[in-house]
Design a protein around this ligand. Structure first.
Ligand SMILES: Cc1cc2nc3c(=O)[nH]c(=O)nc-3n(C[C@H](O)[C@H](O)[C@H](O)COP(=O)(O)OP(=O)(O)OC[C@H]3O[C@@H](n4cnc5c(N)ncnc54)[C@H](O)[C@@H]3O)c2cc1C
Length: 233
């Protein structure tokens, strides 16, 4: 089961973003501006920053998450987001004697294949243990472990990258496990920055159409809207 816990964040993240944005066009500094920013003003500023595409100010708020119970498939997809910091449990330094792994629902739904799936993963783990016991280092024995292997990590992402990553990973065309992971991430941000969390959404909600070749059905694709590539009808 995926668990995501927001372990730390920039204090008052939304006001920090709003104050930073106001600095650019104000005769006074951020400390004074912070005092004057009402919650309503912060909400309106965030809305304006998003609609005008003034995204760099969102980099002033960062969020650190403890993430557990995801597969190595998903951690590999996650770390493709380069504007974040990651620390992942090492398969070199930690011997995985107590081995946990992820089983997709599509596999679980097919009992005849699910049995073979579990058998194969457990056989791989048995060989892994046998190699450890024979003195092979964990860093080499791990080559036999599957992508299904569970992992844990700590990730720090600023709000700008969170908005970007969510636009890609909350899209239902992304894989189910990373969609679920980002749903948990969004739920954690919502607890401390609800206005910002409202901006964590699939890209189609901003575009007004689906830019994938096939839509999940929430918005039509450009082709379905009758647009030619690179221009309107
Ligand atoms: C549905 C889906 C399917 C995918 N399938 C594949 C696949 O088959 N194969 C594959 O290899 N990957 C795949 N990916 C990963 C994808 O190509 C990206 O690597 C990943 O989504 C990270 O996003 P990003 O590149 O926008 O940027 P991030 O790393 O999140 O960076 C954020 C933004 O910063 C800027 N930026 C960051 N680094 C640079 C840089 N070096 N130079 C210039 N600008 C930069 C860009 O504007 C970028 O959008 C897939 C992703 C999704 C969502």
């Amino acid at each position: 089961m995926i668990t995501v816990v927001l372990i730390s964040h920039t204090p008052d993240p939304e006001r920090t973003i709003a104050a930073a944005a106001r600095v650019s066009a104000s005769p006074v500094g951020a400390v004074e501006l912070l005092d004057k920013l009402t919650p309503d003003r912060v909400d309106k500023l965030i809305e304006r920053l998003i609609s005008s595409g003034h995204m760099s100010v969102f980099e002033h708020a960062s969020f650190t998450f403890a993430i557990e119970g995801i597969s190595r498939v998903t951690s590999h997809q996650l770390v493709r987001h380069r504007l974040a910091s990651y620390t992942q449990q090492s398969q070199r330094y930690v011997s995985l004697r107590d081995f946990k792994y992820i089983t997709p629902a599509s596999v679980n739904a097919r009992s005849e294949l699910a049995g073979r799936y579990h058998e194969m993963v457990r056989a791989a783990h048995r060989l892994y243990l046998e190699m450890l016991d024979a003195g092979i280092p964990a860093e080499d024995a791990r080559y036999v472990l599957p992508n299904a292997a569970e992992t844990r990590l700590v990730m720090t992402m600023n709000a700008r990258e969170l908005i970007h990553a969510c636009s890609l990973r909350l899209c239902l065309r992304a894989q189910w496990e990373i969609v679920e992971l980002f749903e948990h991430i969004k739920a954690e941000v919502e607890k401390v920055a609800p206005r910002l969390a409202a901006e964590l959404k699939p890209k189609c909600y901003r575009l007004g159409y689906c830019d994938e070749t096939e839509s999940c059905g929430v918005f039509p694709t450009r082709a379905e809207l009758g647009e030619r590539p690179g221009g309107s009808t």
